[in-house]
Design a protein around this ligand. Structure first.
Ligand SMILES: Nc1ncnc2c1ncn2[C@@H]1O[C@H](COP(=O)(O)OP(=O)(O)OP(=O)(O)O)[C@@H](O)[C@H]1O
Length: 534
């Protein structure tokens, strides 16, 4: 309970604790408590806003303090500052909007309304509201974000528009965000919208979709006349409404649309490495992952299992692991290290330092995209690349974020802006027992600790996948696997780029450090805290 004896004196202009900068704002200690009337006190605590309302004990009608009290006997409530969406004073009326937690996976907007009865408290109430807003929106968090919202009407199981209207829009509105909403009408529409976006009119593009639409938005921004500035100016965010919601899991820390909405409102602008991909004559950007082999098939080859939701991905892997499928390829890599101990140490160090990191700076003077340092997939292979033929490759997976789906943090030591991609390769010939152990350890981020897993930090790579040979037993196993795994018979192998299918052809990738901008809940780091084991 708050110490209500701290109630400060009324408004004063000669406060001994006054801000030395000469602002007329009262220091926090003085502003911490506001007695609204005889019974109600609002206190700015260290972690939360504490509401004491003794009057409610005697009141039958509590509807005007929506969401304040689950039971009449309870007269106090702590609202984390993170959940405070907006606070304002109009004449003598205080309204505090906040996100009320309704379950582990959802919240809804609620508000508290009080009238300041002691008129002489007006000045203090104003200062108090400002102090509360400073706590609710610390330094690096922008208020009143101007958000371009893209809604994919077919995202996930077609629930996108409903989730947006019911769970997200009311939270953005309560937080006084400006919104401009547009439904995507066809594949590639997100690219066009982002390409033509007035980057001075918006701070954020939020995609109510799976990971496909954010991928399109990054690529649309790259086509702006001043792409470097577009990337810096506009943060890309995801409102998780798809089947693959990795971006939101990693940056908002949730795949719940309502909780993600609060994370976006409170999101801190942060840099993100982007991967420049060349394939054939195409050039585009990938923000999340590139997969050849088992993961691509588990992601793209399980369309008929959409009813399983995100579990279809895990199921797809499981079935294929049991089939010991190999996906042959030639892989050329410019790697920084494959020393797992060094990789983990660098991760912990970066994570510790993140707490003292400088705020995001938009000081990039360049206007155009950085040139490709290693050429395209059509150029001769750069001398620094090390080439390996991998006839028994089972899993080739490159990621830029830890979680690829809920409970699947494949890239446990991935960092958002280290200028490195995390590359995992696993042989297709590991025993089924080991494969199962890997799958069950995945949740804790311990895949990296398996000796059978090669985990590298890389700057660039090229991969030329080949069709796999299927004969005898393998063909039968593949058939059973396809049937169980929900895959149609396909002539070619599959490559997944941010979860979307691209042609089964060689491609080359290089990382462009800090090129993209996103919103992150804690600022500059992902929500996964690293491998749980060691
Ligand atoms: N109106 C539309 N009609 C058809 N396709 C669309 C439409 N709007 C968006 N798309 C496309 O749908 C693709 C997938 O989008 P998104 O990721 O939002 O959905 P999803 O169902 O969750 O997919 P995933 O399973 O890849 O996560 C994107 O490539 C996007 O271009």
């Amino acid at each position: 309970m708050a110490n209500t004896s701290m109630t400060p004196d009324h408004e004063t202009t000669s406060d001994p604790f006054a801000d030395p900068a000469g602002s007329d704002r009262m220091p926090l200690e003085a502003a911490a408590v506001l007695t609204v009337d005889r019974n109600a006190t609002l206190t700015i605590g260290s972690e939360a806003l504490i509401v004491l309302d003794e009057g409610l004990r005697h009141r039958r009608d509590v509807s005007n303090v929506c969401g304040l009290l689950p039971q009449l006997s309870k007269t106090t409530r702590a609202i984390p500052f993170f959940n405070v969406l907006w606070a304002e004073l109009e004449d003598f009326d205080i309204t505090i909007h906040y996100a009320e937690t309704t379950s582990k996976k959802s919240c809804r907007p609620a508000y508290i309304h009080y009238t300041v009865t002691d008129k002489s408290l007006h000045g203090h109430a104003k200062t108090w509201i400002e102090a509360l807003m400073d706590r609710a929106y610390p330094n690096k968090v922008q208020r009143n974000k101007r958000i371009k919202v893209l809604v994919n009407p077919f995202g996930g199981q077609g629930m996108g528009p409903k989730l947006w209207t019911r769970q997200v829009e009311p939270i953005f509105a309560a937080a006084r965000c400006e919104m401009n909403v547009e439904r995507t009408a066809y594949r590639g529409h997100g690219i066009e919208i982002a390409e033509k976006l007035d980057i001075d009119a918006f701070d954020v593009v939020a995609c109510a979709s799976g990971d496909g639409l954010p991928h399109e938005v990054f690529n649309g921004l790259s086509k702006q006349s001043n792409p470097r500035r577009a990337f810096k100016k506009v943060a890309v965010a995801q409102i998780p409404c798809g089947t693959g919601n990795a971006m939101s899991l990693n940056l908002n820390g949730t795949d719940s649309p309502s909780l993600a909405a609060v994370a976006i409102v409170k999101g801190v602008k942060s840099s993100l490495d982007l991967c420049a991909v060349t394939q054939g004559n195409q050039k585009y950007f990938s923000f999340l992952s590139q997969a050849v082999g088992i993961i691509a098939e588990s992601d793209l080859g399980t369309e008929s299992l959409r009813w399983m939701g995100s579990f279809r991905f895990t199921w797809g892997i499981l079935v294929r692991l049991l089939g010991q499928t190999a996906y042959p390829a030639t892989v050329s890599v410019l790697q920084e290290t494959d020393d797992k101990r060094a990789i983990k140490e660098a991760f912990w160090k970066a994570t510790r330092e993140q707490h003292h990191a400088e705020p995001y700076e938009d000081d990039d003077q360049d206007t155009q995209l950085p040139a490709l340092r290693y050429g395209t997939v059509n150029d001769p292979l750069p001398g620094e690349f090390q080439t390996q033929d991998m006839p028994n490759l089972g899993n080739f997976y490159v990621g830029n974020m830890p979680w690829m789906s809920p409970d699947a943090p494949f890239f446990a030591v991935s960092l958002p802006a280290d200028g490195r991609m995390d590359m995992i390769t696993i042989s297709g010939q590991i025993s089924r027992m080991t494969a199962l152990r890997m799958l069950t350890s995945l949740e804790n981020g311990n895949l990296i600790n398996f000796p059978e897993v090669t985990y590298r930090k890389v700057l660039a790579y090229r991969i030329a996948p080949r069709m796999r040979e299927t004969s005898g037993k393998r063909r039968i196993r593949a058939k059973i696997g396809r049937w169980l795994g929900g895959a149609a018979k396909q002539k070619e192998g599959l490559i997944a780029m941010d979860g979307e299918s691209v042609p089964f052809e060689p491609f080359q990738v290089e990382v462009m450090q800090r090129l993209g901008t996103v919103l992150s809940r804690r600022g500059g780091c992902y929500e996964f805290d690293g491998p749980k084991g060691h």
